[in-house]
Design a binder for this molecule. Structure first.
Ligand code: DGL
Length: 290
């Protein structure tokens, strides 16, 4: 058992969709969330840049926050760097995210599946190996969504609406009848936050697949296997403990950003289901010195 925190990382606020699932699955754990906003978006930057940032952030969370496990809550960073993190931190339980193609194949009836993701994820060797392993089972249409994560970061409602309409149209014709795309994979952790805007184009019957819950379950499995689950890691709501002290959940998640703390706090109050402590800013210089 360990009360050390779990690190969670994304280029920005997209990983909040994973953090929500982690907090629901592991209510007794502490989390340190790092939004690398000063260097976002990752999706159009190229592998070397994303890998260098992912390694630097992970190193910082290990050295300065003594994390006991790391969740790379970003498809683009997972594709570019998870294999490098496994070498850098061989003893650290690591969980990555990738577009959920297998669950999509399992649920699709029409065998037509659209995948929305960043350009970086769709170009990666990791994603293409996964795609090749399933290509015989369904027809996949892949849509690189340039600019969408940035519009979500900026909370730009008009930009989000027009990009969602454009990328849904590029994915094909949606519906549950034969020949239509009946399943949409949200292959970037930012996109669950615009599911409603995408629904305007796809209709209500299309299946949406994201990875928050399975990633949280995998994190629980790895913590259990390494005997690091926090004390009584069972599902429970805020209650007084044996000494009569109510656990303060606002302190169980620490937010860090390489950008502006006010921007991350605003996004946290918009998207996080549980409140977090106000964000602290970590500049690249502070990170390098840590
Ligand atoms: N949220 C990230 C992902 O899951 C990437 C967004 C970006 O920075 O481009 O791929």
């Amino acid at each position: 058992m360990s009360d050390r925190p779990v690190g969670v990382f994304d280029s920005g606020i997209g990983g909040f969709s994973v953090l929500n699932a982690l907090q629901a699955e592991l209510p007794n754990e502490r989390f340190v969330y790092f939004a690398d906003t000063a260097h976002a978006p990752y999706g159009e930057r190229g592998d070397d840049y994303v890998a260098a940032r992912t390694r630097a952030v992970t190193r910082h969370l290990v050295d300065a926050h003594d994390i006991k496990a790391m969740v790379v809550a970003c498809n683009t960073a997972t594709a570019a760097a998870i294999h490098l993190l496994r070498v850098d931190h061989a003893a650290l339980p690591l969980v990555g995210v990738e577009p959920a193609l297998k669950p999509a194949v399992a649920i699709s009836r029409t065998r037509r599946i659209a995948v929305l993701a960043t350009r970086g994820t769709l170009a990666s060797a990791k994603f293409n190996a996964l795609l090749a392993s399933l290509a015989a089972q369904a027809d996949f249409s892949l849509v690189p969504c340039d600019g969408l994560a940035a519009a979500i970061e900026a909370n730009d409602a008009a930009g989000i609406a027009s990009l969602c309409a454009r990328y849904a149209a590029a994915a094909g014709t949606f519906g549950i009848a034969a020949g239509k795309v009946d399943t949409l994979v949200l292959g970037c952790t930012h996109y669950p936050f615009v599911a409603e805007q995408l629904r305007a184009s796809t209709g209500a019957e299309v299946h949406y697949i994201d990875t928050g819950a399975p990633v949280a379950q995998q994190t629980r499995r790895l913590l259990a296997a390494s005997q690091q689950l926090a004390v009584s890691a069972t599902r429970q709501e805020d209650t007084a403990d044996a000494t009569g002290t109510t656990r303060d959940r606002t302190r169980t998640t620490l937010l860090l950003t390489s950008g502006h703390s006010s921007q991350l706090d605003a996004a946290a109050s918009r998207w996080l289901l549980r409140s977090a402590a106000p964000a602290a800013v970590f500049s690249a210089a502070a990170m390098a010195a840590a």
